[in-house]
Design a protein around this ligand. Sequence first.
Ligand SMILES: Nc1ncnc2c1ncn2[C@@H]1O[C@H](COP(=O)(O)OP(=O)(O)OP(=O)(O)O)[C@@H](O)[C@H]1O
Ligand SMILES: [Mg+2]
Length: 465
Amino acid sequence: MHSIRIQLLAFITAVLLIFLVILNIYPITSSRDLIFEEKKSALSGQAAVVASSLSGLDRLAPDSVREVLQLLDLGGYSRTVVAGADGTVVYDDAASAGGAADNADILASLEGKCVFRSHFTEEAFFSSYAMPVTSRGTTIGVVYLCEEDTERAAVISDIQSRLLRFSAAIGAVALLFAALFSSVLLSRMRELVRSIRIVAGGDYAHRLVTRGRDEITELGEEFNQLTERLEDTEKQRRRFVSDASHELKTPLASIRLLSDSIVQSENMDGGTMREFAADIGHEAERLQRTTEKLLDLSRLDDDVQVIDEPVDIKLTTVDALSVLRPLAEEKGVKIRCELEDGCVVMANTDDMFHIVFNLMENAVKYNVPGGSVLVKTATEDDRIVLSVSDTGIGIPEEDRLNIFARFYRVDKARSRASGGSGLGLSIVHDAVLAHGGTIAVGQNKPQGSVFIVSFPRPTSEETGI
Ligand SMILES: Nc1ncnc2c1ncn2[C@@H]1O[C@H](COP(=O)(O)OP(=O)(O)OP(=O)(O)O)[C@@H](O)[C@H]1O
Ligand SMILES: [Mg+2]
């Protein structure tokens, strides 16, 4: 694994190096070029003056050349050389004249070209200029000026060494800052990784302390939210396991008690025994209902993709009604239905039955003698709406939020006495959501509750109708 710190430092170093190299090279080369340009124009001007002064002569003889040059007074240049048409040096103020000019520039200039040459060493700028001397259209010789400028070279070298020292200082400070910055950044990352490990180890209550307002803070906040959700899920799971065990334990304890009583009492009469056995049967039935509902919930939790089919809510309601009629009669509750035709939703027949049946069953179960239940289906814009309202005991506002939680009952004793497990509405809720619907609970006027379920209205392509 390549540490981010090394990658970051390598990147910063590379950028810094490029910057410093440019900083060191560019000003020096451009000022050098500028000086060369200046030298070229000065030397070429001076050479032109010499050449035009000499062009009055027919031939470049040492004496006449010396005379002309003395008149010109060429101070400042380190060396002036004049060569004749045959390439012999007729004047050289730095050495004795007379030898053949072995300078390539002089020889090239004899052919009629001007040649400028320059180079820079740490000590000096060397520049030279060779220009042909023409008289009546013919080249009679060459004037060659060369100069060595140590002053400017010293200034340039000085700038160069200052720049180098300056760059080294900048580089060191920048690297120091980069190292500091990366270690702060990395310590925050390490903190995040440490927190992830702690949470992965099972401590869901752990939270990362976030500072600042950057992407790492954002990451930390996201992580905290995720952990919070994990903690909630874990709490729910634990509560569910403990509630479920409790729900199963109660009927099992009753069964045990009843069977013990039968076993222990030697001369129990047949009637009592049958009564006890019937109670055992009821408890077993309750256990069966609870486990069946738990299985329904776990199936909905599994998120298995069931293929949706068009389901007509009217038919489902009629089915549920036929099952519930005996209970409604027993309780003295009237069920009225206002069912629109064509209320078809894309769902699963079993899930739809659970939804309608549980809502209607609750509306009957938690009703009062002489009360009523109204089941309505309607199409509203692009939704199919099912509402089940009753004139029963109602649900206190503070309980409405929790009503869909597993094993939640408003009045535990009453619900349990009527055989309720507190799972019906969780199944309804999960089934509604599984088919893209929404569910809401409210208060019915003047009394009772109303449950409103709505599903997206399927297109004719989906239903195939
Ligand atoms: N229409 C209603 N009127 C008043 N209270 C209701 C109504 N529907 C539900 N409740 C309350 O909400 C609780 C949860 O209902 P839910 O259907 O989940 O469980 P249950 O009816 O007790 O048991 P189950 O439906 O599993 O047999 C009920 O115990 C009851 O207190
Ligand atoms: Mg119920």
